[in-house]
Design a protein around this ligand. Sequence first.
Ligand code: FES
Length: 184
Amino acid sequence: MSIDDSNAGACACACSEPPSEAEQFSRLDEVIAEYRNKAGGLIPALQIAQSLFGYLPDTVVNRIAEGFGKTVSEVAGVISFYSFFTRNPRGKYLIRVCLGTACYVRGGKEVLDALKKKLSIDVGETTEDRLFSLEVGRCFGACGMAPVVMVNDETYQRVKPARINELLMQVTADDNESEQGDAQ
Ligand code: FES
């Protein structure tokens, strides 16, 4: 499963207005009320919270801990256990480089190094302009097309370190195209 945070925090309806912070917290309170008495309810509550806010800032973690009657460190422990949760804001484009065996032996590590150098960020970080975040994955189920990179929900196959610039240009161009298509 991949989690697309590219529209995190955006309104779920067709309007372009992002919800206010008060609206986000009001929705969070509803989510807490819905899940706090359910067995295993903490994880779906965290997932929804992350989709609402784009990440899990301290204010949200504190509110969830209080709502679930847990300590902040208990909730933080759950967050750190699952790689799809993040305590840091992510960029518009979440780039995940596969470092599963097939991708690793076919140059996934070199692709990752090229992205780190090009974007001047390390794994788990976001560029200053909040455009790109960089993460790694273990297998995206496309081993025959290794090395594989995922950007949000899009898969890029047989990626070459020397063509990282092209990849980034294609990512932003594909996105601009789909935005224009949506506007028509
Ligand atoms: S190892 Fe990379 S897609 Fe399977």
